[in-house]
Design a binder for this molecule. Structure first.
Ligand code: GLA
Length: 693
């Protein structure tokens, strides 16, 4: 007997089949199938041949490939009983629950006391699958590896795009071919990490931003994770994601985080837009609208907090258009540098003799909301907390320190209670609307309960202070994933405020992240992390492509810089209602010096496009930039918003330099827009309005 199930919407279909009560396998994943498709036939038609030198039946790439079926690749489970004996279950069907596009399947193997449950759903509003696995054991066991439901990817999708990165350069993409064997990423940092964003896109060599097929994955977990993208010796391919190897404690219940997955027939953008929409509508909760313009004082004052200076900075930030003032590191304990005080979350009386209220009152009187920095999971040895509770740390005493700090064991209830009480004393007694939650080192051990503990603490604080928004920061973008985004409303994408670096990071992060959660700040003229000097237009427009903020000492701006920043901020405020809900579509450009994107309103009636020239082009003439995501039959009015910045060296007469133009979506997407010549390290901002038919 073959059981079959079909989850699908108008974009994609996923067909599962279970033969002889064995674990289900995906027999089809791709474009939406017709209602009339006979699933029994698909299940039978998917069976592949066997020839010499093989076992007599191909073990399926089931939702959890089993060693007991002679599976020739990485299995979905690696477990041992209390005596250390390897468990090799052979699961069989127990029950199913089905409601629309939600399906739960329960399997068990009585002989070893295990049951395995799969929860699979497709969110139709965003066309994203959410897939979870849960293993239950009658006895205590050790589970080194439990994969979230395993998906096959077809042999015709021959390449994978995966992610690496570093501090100040998050979301680096690597495009590599599949080859026999497994590509394994085991992120053992205990956090999502700059170098290991848990994402993967499987596609063809010809898949571009705007065209071609893509199968995209994201594992929504903030601890370490493991990814396996494997080509079996027989040519079949599988993708597995789960918690980092051996990071689960001994016990009887083991669950994966959700694996999000989607098939796109519309290039990388098709998948990117689904992830972005899913974050906006399903993952992030209680985000303030309109998104307020940030001011963050870190790169202005660092640890040197002086009330009068901060007030003067706040005055200037408010004049420029800031609506939220975030007091960064340095307000607590005796935190004059990064060697002490983490853990002592009481206001420093030498910097704030009358507490924080005078500063907060000043900020709120300017119409801004007050936000504050914390790094709750961390402790310095030079702190009252460490002196009182040296046993609260995670990992061995002689571990290597990171930024001179240790990590608290967040699985301990007393640790969480201490942090909750300390934070509540500040949040509960002051007008605080925002917490920037930092995490500045990797963990000494890979340990899932640490992440569960952090989630529990944030959840508790969110319940106690529902009006407070949280931002996830981890030396910039070291903790960005859908797990943390379920409990925060913004991420600090990178410590790099260098607009050129930001262009690249933002562009690649948009494969998963919408603008509304992606913090982007206008930094100091002389960038503190790259040493570059970049003009205000480039800096301001780059930040205006995401959730805008400022992070320089605003008193140092020249009049021209202030005027430009104010103008861009006004533009952003006038447009943010639709921009923060827009789809970000990455544009394919023939000139590798250009990073370009279009942000299309949900209603489709307007858009903004940004084309940043990050370095001098190899060719002398700017080539037309082809847009995407528009209605080919509609007519659009196109404006070059910052045409007044065109330099004198642009000597010709491209129309957009002088006037708006009215053209069809077809023209914009096939011929593209001819832009004026300009200097490197500058940006063109283009606005489009759909005209009534
Ligand atoms: C990290 C963050 C910065 C800043 C500092 C404060 O590096 O990424 O934005 O908050 O910590 O110490």
């Amino acid at each position: 007997m073959i059981r079959t199930w079909h989850l699908g919407d108008r974009h994609q279909s996923l067909v599962l089949a279970c033969r002889n009560a064995g674990l289900p396998e995906v027999v089809y994943w791709g474009p939406a199938l017709p209602e009339s498709e006979n699933l029994q036939v698909l299940a039978k038609a998917a069976v592949m041949d066997v020839t010499g030198g093989m076992v007599d039946e191909n073990a399926p790439i089931s939702l959890n490939p089993e060693a007991s079926r002679t599976f020739p690749g990485q299995t979905g489970l690696s477990a041992r009983d209390a005596a250390g004996k390897v468990l090799a279950p052979r699961f069989s069907f127990q029950s199913e629950e089905r409601a629309g596009n939600e399906l739960s399947l329960v399997y068990s193997d009585e002989s070893c006391g295990l049951s395995l449950r799969f929860d699979l759903s497709l969110t139709e509003a965003t066309s994203l699958f959410k897939l979870k696995a849960q293993l239950q054991s009658q006895e205590d066991i050790v589970v080194d590896w439990l994969a979230a439901p395993v998906l096959p990817v077809p042999a015709y999708a021959d390449e994978m795009i995966e992610f690496s990165g570093r501090w100040c350069s998050e979301f680096l993409t690597n495009r590599l071919p599949f080859a026999p064997g497994a590509r394994v990423r085991d992120n053992r940092t205990g956090r999502t990490d700059h170098a290991h964003f848990p994402g993967l896109i499987v596609c063809n060599p010809t898949t571009s931003n705007t065209a071609g097929e893509a199968f995209a994955f994201h594992y929504g977990w903030s601890g370490g994770h493991r990814m396996v993208a494997e080509e079996l010796a027989d040519g079949r391919r599988q993708v597995q994601f789960g918690h980092a190897f051996a990071s689960l404690p001994t016990g009887t219940l083991f669950a994966t985080a959700p694996l999000y997955a989607t098939y796109s027939a519309d290039g990388l953008n098709g998948a990117a837009v689904r992830f972005q929409r899913h974050v906006r509508s399903q993952i992030v909760k209680d985000a303030r609208t309109p998104r307020p313009v940030h001011y963050n004082c870190w790169e202005a004052v660092y640890f040197d907090h002086k009330l009068d200076e901060l007030k003067a900075i706040a005055d200037r930030a408010a004049e420029l258009g800031a609506e939220r003032f975030v007091l960064d590191d340095g307000w607590f304990g005796k935190r004059d540098d990064d060697t002490s005080s983490l853990g002592d979350w009481t206001i420093d009386p030498s910097k704030y003799p009358d507490g924080l209220t005078p500063l907060i009152d000043h900020i709120t009187s300017l119409g801004m909301e007050f936000g504050i920095w914390y790094e709750p999971e961390m402790v310095n040895e030079d702190s009252g907390l460490y002196r009182a509770h040296p046993d609260w740390i995670l990992g061995p005493e002689d571990q290597t320190r990171g930024r001179q700090q240790l990590v608290l064991d967040m699985a301990r209830e007393d640790v969480r209670k201490y942090l909750f009480d300390q934070m509540s004393a500040v949040l509960g007694n002051h007008a605080v609307g925002y917490v920037k939650w930092d995490h500045n080192r990797v963990l000494p051990v890979v340990d899932a309960p640490q992440t569960e503990g952090v989630y529990a603490l944030i959840d508790q604080l969110r319940r106690a202070f529902p009006h407070v928004e949280f931002e996830s920061c981890s030396s910039g973008g070291g903790r960005i994933d859908f797990g943390i985004l379920e409990r925060t409303q913004r991420v600090w994408l990178s410590d790099s405020n260098d607009a050129l670096e930001r262009q690249r990071i933002q562009h690649d992060a948009a494969l998963f992240l919408p603008a509304s959660v992606t913090g982007s700040h206008v930094g100091p003229r002389h960038c503190h992390t790259s040493g570059r000097v970049i003009g205000m237009s480039m800096r301001a427009w780059t930040a205006a492509q995401r959730h805008l903020g400022f992070e320089m000492d605003p008193r140092e701006l020249t009049d021209d810089e202030a005027r430009m920043l104010k103008a861009v901020t006004d533009w952003w405020k006038a447009n943010r209602d639709w921009l923060m809900q827009a789809d970000i579509l990455r544009l394919d450009t023939i000139d590798p010096a250009i990073i370009a994107e279009i942000q299309v309103a949900e209603t489709g009636d307007r858009f903004a496009a940004f084309a940043a020239l990050t370095r001098p082009s190899d060719q002398i003439l700017p080539h037309p930039i082809r847009l995407t995501g528009l209605d080919p039959d509609a007519v659009y009015k196109i404006t070059l918003t910052n045409r007044d910045e065109t330099p004198g060296l642009s000597r010709g007469a491209p129309l957009l330099k002088y006037q708006d133009l009215t053209v069809s979506g077809r023209y914009l997407m096939s011929h593209g827009l001819t832009l004026p010549w300009r200097f490197p390290e500058t940006i063109c901002v283009i606005e489009g309005q759909r005209l009534p038919n």
